[in-house]
Design a protein around this ligand. Structure first.
Ligand code: AMP
Ligand code: GLY
Length: 424
């Protein structure tokens, strides 16, 4: 088979790596890819939003299957664009991807089908949002409706902070159109958990759970990012809670999407908070997580390509998916300044030494410049250690990080620390 993967981050590097394990897969192309992906696949310089060019490339290169990584093109209908040309493609349609593209759509869906989530109100004008906000108590959560690269959510611990977040989204438009409508929602307290699931209509095959670390600095300080590190499994979260989340949240949501005439095919990703009243939904994403993918796929023993083909052919319900018992920890190595402005073009050393230790080094924002691998994004690398348990995997991830260098590199030092301490 010849496969085209669309995207160019750490998630797509892990997807390409997993697809490549199959003997069925003869060649992989990746648009646009990055310097790490280029070691496994042929990178094609087409941006993820250039649907016509991507479709043309898929035709010219006789691509058998397209796998879409990122959220933006899904929200804009990339799957519909390939399907219109009868090119097999894995990912949700534009209508189904709205579960991520509009938080208001998602919240209204969950309310209609009684699926557990935080209480909320939605607003389209600043005056009424602001009046409502002043009657609430802190902490409170302000969310831009549309996609904002993981940065459209403010958990405000003071009214001043909440008012500022509201003003920035609705008046200053720091997230552009994504802030035209906003959600003000109840603060949920508890442990976070991400469950990704392969979904085809009503069929749900959940992956192993993972936990992300969103704020940029240790002890969850600083602004939220796309994710600074992940780990799996979650030894401090009982399996019964994982099952409850799948039964009460993910399966009912897949069914609700079918009832709404928007059947979901692809990876549905539930961001959950385990509250004292049980698991509740924080968000849904219509794609694999980044960097959840980097720890989840290394535990996948069934071939990824078989799962994708089964989904596309409506046979996902006949497939048993097997996961290893090993642990995996991913530490994101970022550029100084991220998630605000950051420099690019800094030479990265130690990648081979890290790989020689057995770590998986997934590239997120890298480029090849005159034969050197240089930084080219906010999140630069996802360094994954694997082991019999979290402690071993974590040590291996941090040992590998310690041999990698570029000027101004930054990583959190407490990824998976909560799991080790068994802390709430
Ligand atoms: P999101 O982009 O919706 O995943 O939100 C980013 C982060 O904000 C989440 O991972 C949570 O840590 C936090 N968050 C979002 N909604 C809530 C909520 N209702 N209560 C507490 N924390 C939240
Ligand atoms: N790591 C969170 C996300 O992919 O949205």
């Amino acid at each position: 088979m010849r496969i085209l993967v669309v995207g160019g981050g750490g998630r797509e590097h892990a997807i390409v790596w997993a697809l490549k394990k199959s003997e069925k897969v003869k060649e992989i192309f990746c648009a646009p890819g990055n310097a790490g992906i280029a070691q496994l696949a042929e990178c094609v310089p087409i941006a993820v939003n250039k649907f016509d060019e991507l479709v043309q490339f898929a035709k010219d290169a006789a691509i058998d299957l397209v796998f879409i990584g990122p959220d933006d093109p899904l929200a804009e209908g990339i799957v519909d664009a390939f399907e219109a040309h009868n090119i097999p493609v894995y990912g949700p349609s534009k209508a189904a991807a709205e579960i991520e593209g509009s938080k208001i759509f998602m919240k209204n869906l969950l309310k209609k089908y009684n699926i557990p989530t935080a209480k909320y109100e939605t607003f389209t004008d600043y005056e009424s949002a602001s009046a409502y906000l002043r009657q609430q108590e802190v902490p409170i959560v302000i969310k831009a409706d549309g996609l904002a690269a993981g940065k459209g959510v403010t958990v405000a611990y003071s009214m001043e902070e909440a008012e500022r977040a509201l003003r920035e989204a609705m008046v200053d438009k720091v997230f552009g159109e994504a802030g035209n409508q906003i959600v003000i929602e109840e603060f949920l307290e508890g442990q976070e958990m991400s469950i990704l699931a392969f979904v085809d209509g009503e069929t749900v095959r959940a992956m192993v759970p993972a936990q992300d670390h969103k704020p940029v600095f240790d002890n969850d300080k600083g602004p939220n990012t796309g994710g600074m590190g992940t780990y799996t499994p979650l030894p401090h979260i009982p399996q019964s809670i994982v099952e409850e989340s799948i039964e009460n949240i993910i399966i009912p949501t897949a069914k609700a999407m079918v009832s709404e005439g928007r059947p979901f095919r692809g990876v549905l990703f539930a961001g959950l908070m385990i509250t004292k009243d049980g698991p509740k939904t924080i968000e849904f994403n219509a794609r694999m997580g980044d960097p959840e993918t980097q720890v989840v796929l290394p535990r996948l023993e069934t071939e990824l390509v078989d799962i994708v083909l089964a989904s596309i052919n409506g046979r996902l319900d006949q497939l048993d998916i097997v996961w290893s018992d090993e642990a995996a920890v991913c530490v994101i190595v970022a550029s100084e300044g991220y998630p605000a402005a950051y420099p690019k073009g800094r030479v990265i050393t130690g990648l081979d030494a890290a790989a020689a230790q057995g770590a998986l080094v997934f590239h997120a924002g890298t480029a090849d410049k005159d034969g050197s691998i240089v930084t080219n994004g906010g999140r630069v690398l996802g360094v994954v250690g694997r082991g019999r348990d979290i402690a071993e995997a974590r040590n291996r991830a941090y040992e590998a990080v310690s041999v990698i260098h570029f000027d101004g590199m930054h990583n959190r030092t407490d990824i998976a620390a909560k799991a080790l301490k068994g802390l709430q």
